[in-house]
Design a protein around this ligand. Structure first.
Ligand code: URA
Length: 248
């Protein structure tokens, strides 16, 4: 069994996706095929998760209260498959807030957004205009979060209902950080914040959401596989730098 497990790990298996273990060594008698067990019906409470999320987010008195409220929110199924809530990284006083899509494997393990390969590229990109998540100086600092705080299974795209129910928390998050500018990283962040998709068309254009200027940019995961898009990403970084200077 240990060898079988090690073989799966070597093949790249890195998570269990069912709630209960399946004993695949259990002997099956081929002459007597078992009837498939009737699926257990999922009994759902009749609740409006968006309304509950809005109430919980509004009741949060501050940023730490918001994290606690999100940890206690049980209506998003992603929570059951994730190791932990990924809330934020960076400096609370930052003028620039980056909003990504959702945690991946590394983020789920470490509990911080953008710590995998895409995150390393993100750090490198912003360092070229003097911004970092570790700088204590508000003018040089970044604050980072995601639309979804839990990793979707196998890094699948976020579903509309998941984004809708987590949006009140994101809105409150923006309210508490109160940044000067927001970067919407990729299509899902644009969908959540601006109600628009089509990052190739949107990127580089300053738009407005939640009372803040928002700059859509290509997601660093996309840049990792699309070298030619880095030219546009650099133009967007320069646009951000110019906008920060104007505001200062
Ligand atoms: N991609 C995202 O959008 N967010 C993360 O935190 C990591 C990868």
């Amino acid at each position: 069994m240990k060898a079988a497990l090690e073989w799966q790990i070597a093949c790249g298996v890195d998570e269990a996706i069912l709630d209960a273990p399946v004993d695949r060594t259990e002997a099956k008698t081929p002459s007597k095929p078992e009837a498939a067990p009737a699926p257990t019906p999922i009994v759902r409470e009749q609740v409006d998760p968006v309304a509950l999320a809005r109430a919980a987010a509004q009741a949060a008195p501050d940023l730490d209260g918001l994290r606690t409220a999100m940890e206690a929110f049980d209506h998003c199924d992603l929570k059951r498959g994730a190791r932990q809530l990924v809330f934020c990284d960076g400096q609370r006083n930052a003028r620039v807030m980056i909003i990504g899509e959702a945690p991946g494997r590394d983020e789920d393990l470490q509990g911080k957004p953008f710590v995998g390969r895409a995150g390393q590229l993100l750090d490198l990109m912003f360092s070229h205009i003097g911004l970092s998540r570790t700088s204590p100086d508000a003018n040089a600092a970044l604050y980072i979060t995601n639309v979804l705080p839990w990793r979707p299974p196998q890094n699948r795209d976020p579903k509309p209902d998941e984004m809708a129910m987590m949006l009140p928390f994101l809105e409150r998050h923006v309210e508490f950080i109160d940044p000067d500018l927001i970067i919407a990283m990729g299509n899902h962040a644009c969908q959540a914040l601006l109600g628009k998709r089509g990052i190739t068309r949107l990127r580089g254009n300053w738009l407005q959401a939640l009372g803040k200027p928002v700059l859509p940019m290509f997601h660093p995961a996309y840049l990792l596989r699309t070298n030619e898009a880095k030219r546009e990403a650099w133009a967007d970084l320069l646009s951000l730098q110019a906008r920060l200077r104007d505001l200062a």
